[in-house]
Design a binder for this molecule. Structure first.
Ligand code: NAD
Length: 244
């Protein structure tokens, strides 16, 4: 049976790889984007040419009304969302004493409130059907400390708490909630660190390299698939051994 998936921040990086992978697995995919309309439309067109169903929709996850409207557009096209991937996220390095309330709220508004908004938007149908799968993208920095990344790290740790608690609450209703914690993955998000730091991070990784968006998409596909039918509340760390 074809499932409808909704991927936040799906136009580039890890989100784009998740969109491609879920489409390949047979999902009709809603590609949520913030600003990159052309990229998101191009991705949807690429998938349609391959015979998949995909729709690009604009939706700021920190804006409850906007992202809910984006989800409804996708549902009008493909049917209710059964696979929700909360991938949209922002990171910025800053020393803790320099973090303003606005900065703190912005990071949490996207990384944590975003998941709260999307999950509440898709939950009524999932509860009615007693079926559904939610995957939150956290980070290894939500599992261990990261100097100068306190807001990001705290927000990603919050996603892990959300995942575990919601998994317990929703398990009796047949809804699974899981989390992927990527290590350092080569995307726009980490480009700001510069080549030298990225090379150092690759050297610090037991597998000796950075990860790819496709390797994170594979972890998401596992949680979304039938092979994970008895798996809920879990955090799958995909980091080449970085935090071992
Ligand atoms: P990225 O910056 O390329 O992608 C982030 C995506 O989120 C972008 O498409 C962006 O437009 C979108 N986004 C940002 N704010 C949004 C908002 N308010 N509403 C909707 N979309 C919004 O980075 P990425 O590496 O692909 O990151 C994807 C996810 O993976 C993020 O949650 C990130 O925290 C997480 N992650 C990344 C790494 C890494 O090393 N790249 C490591 C651990 C976790």
């Amino acid at each position: 049976m074809k499932k409808t998936a909704f991927v936040t921040g799906g136009s580039r990086g890890i989100g784009r790889a998740i969109v491609r992978r879920l489409a390949a697995e047979g999902c009709a995919v809603g590609i949520d984007y913030l600003q990159a309309r052309e990229q998101a439309e191009a991705l949807a067109a690429e998938l349609r040419v391959q015979g998949h169903e995909a729709l690009a929709v604009r939706g700021d996850v920190s804006d409850r009304g906007a992202v809910t409207a984006a989800i409804r557009l996708v549902e009008a096209e493909f049917g209710p969302v059964e696979v929700l991937v909360n991938n949209a996220g922002i990171a910025e390095q800053r020393q803790f004493q320099d973090i303003s309330q606005d900065f703190w709220r912005h990071i949490f508004g996207v990384n944590v409130d975003g998941a709260y908004h999307t999950i509440q938007a898709v939950l009524p149908h999932m509860l009615h059907e007693k079926r559904g799968c939610i995957v939150n993208i956290s980070s290894i920095w939500g599992q261990r400390g990261a100097s100068c990344e306190t807001a990001y790290s705290a927000s990603k740790a919050a996603l892990i708490g959300l995942t575990r608690s919601l998994a317990m609450e929703l398990a009796p209703s047949g809804i699974r909630v899981n989390c992927v914690a990527p290590g350092v993955i080569r995307t726009d998000m980490v480009e700001v660190l510069g080549e030298e730091t990225l090379s150092d991070l690759a050297r610090e990784t037991p597998m000796g390299r950075l990860g790819t968006p496709e390797e994170i998409a594979a972890a998401v596909a596992f949680f979304a698939g039938e092979g994970a039918s008895f798996v809920t509340g879990q955090v799958l760390t995909a980091d080449g051994g970085f935090i071992l």
